[in-house]
Write a protein that binds this ligand. Structure first.
Ligand code: HEC
Length: 171
């Protein structure tokens, strides 16, 4: 056997093996793609519908009268935040925000439960007292009731509840 012949045999063998490997890879790839994408799936209505949905134009033209319900933008309203704190009752507000001054009469504040100090004030009517408690008040000029007792984080309703409580305790 000549050297050329030997070389040729070897060469053919290598080419043959490479061809066989390529074919094997091709077959394997086809098989895998069929398994993942699915020959059957590709023909399924669902699959086709999904493609149509994916490549559908963003906008559509509708003549007057044939507006499509689906063309209206869908607005998703995010769920509102959960209220963290619930409303405090009148006595609770009084104890946390008003007691400091109204408990002992600091700075000329009318003392809770002292009917004589409160009689004239209560005579103004609950709504006036509430307004003074919410907005602040200085009747005599030398003493000053700060708006909401300085607790601006309190809701109006909470402060009003505290005023109701103070009135009921001071009559
Ligand atoms: C920093 C001290 C202070 C705090 C805190 C305070 N008050 Fe007063 N409050 C006063 C003073 C002083 C007066 C008297 C003002 C005046 O008549 O000049 C007053 C008066 C009032 C009056 C009578 C107003 C009127 O028309 O006569 C009400 C009602 C009242 N306070 C409610 C409250 C409530 C409710 C709170 C708590 C949320 C509160 N106060 C917290 C000092 C305070």
């Amino acid at each position: 056997m000549s050297r050329d012949q030997k070389f040729f045999d070897m060469y053919s063998l290598v080419i043959g093996i490479l061809a066989a490997v390529s074919l094997a890879i091709y077959l394997l790839a086809t098989k895998v793609s069929d398994l993942t994408e699915g020959v059957y799936l590709r023909d399924a209505d669902e699959y086709k519908a999904a493609i149509v949905e994916r490549i559908r134009p963003v906008g559509g033209v509708y003549l007057p009268g044939e507006e499509h319900a689906a063309s209206a933008p869908t607005v998703e309203t995010p769920a509102g935040p959960e209220p963290v704190a619930t409303m405090m009752s009148g006595p609770q507000v009084y104890n946390t925000a008003c007691l400091a001054c109204h408990g002992a009469g600091i700075g000329g504040a009318p003392v809770l439960g002292d009917a004589t100090q409160w009689a004239e004030r209560i005579a103004q009517g609950a709504s006036v007292l509430k307004k003074h408690a919410l907005q602040g008040y200085s009747g005599s000029g030398s003493s000053f009731m700060p708006p909401k007792g300085g607790r601006l984080d309190l809701s109006d309703a909470e402060v009003e509840g505290a005023v109701d409580y103070m009135i009921s305790e001071s009559q």
